[in-house]
Design a protein around this ligand. Structure first.
Ligand code: PNS
Length: 160
């Protein structure tokens, strides 16, 4: 039987409990789930790729079949190189759907890679890394939406 390997791609700047919820629920469905931090040259992130990877590794250490990696380039090329046949995406609301549908159809057209959409928990349907960063920047409490290590990293980033 071939290994069923899936990728959960994203910017993860930083990872949130919404991401972790989707990854936790996807992990028993595949032999291996790889969280791929995609390098987006047109987006300047708050955390470096290395920092994001370290934060993700700590927050998913309890899931033995979840690995973390990074990639610069097309997601489908990453999938081809790593024998990945499925992309996992969390959908928070209908507003996510248009663009996600377009990307999933494009990725299928490019290399035949399937996308599996998972509905996020309603508790996290309003959550995004961008909002978390903005709230943390102005001293708001984001402790309900990020793991403890990310909270610590945000606090030390905005200490001044
Ligand atoms: O967390 P994000 O920023 O919403 O993730 C978007 C991401 C990184 C998954 C998407 O932009 C992507 O797949 N980028 C890789 C480049 C690529 O393959 N682009 C063509 C998509 S059809």
């Amino acid at each position: 039987m071939p290994i069923r390997r899936a990728v959960a791609p994203g910017s993860f700047d930083p990872i949130t409990l919404g991401h972790i919820d989707v990854i936790e629920r996807a992990s028993p469905l595949f032999d291996e789930v790889i969280i791929a931090v995609l390098v987006n040259s047109s987006k300047s992130g708050m955390f470096t790729i290395e920092e994001r990877i370290a934060l993700i590794k700590e927050s998913v250490a309890q899931f033995p079949n979840v690995k973390v990696d990074s990639w610069s380039g097309l997601l489908v090329d990453y999938c081809e190189q790593n024998k990945i046949t499925a992309i996992i995406k969390g959908l928070r609301a209908i507003s996510d759907f248009d663009y996600e549908l377009q990307m999933s159809q494009m990725n299928f057209q490019l290399k035949g890679v399937e996308t599996f959409f998972m509905a996020t928990k309603p508790d996290y349907s309003f959550l995004s890394s961008s909002l978390v960063k903005e709230i943390a920047k102005y001293g708001g409490d984001v402790s309900s939406w990020v793991p403890a290590n990310v909270l610590k990293a945000l606090k030390s980033r905005f200490k001044s």
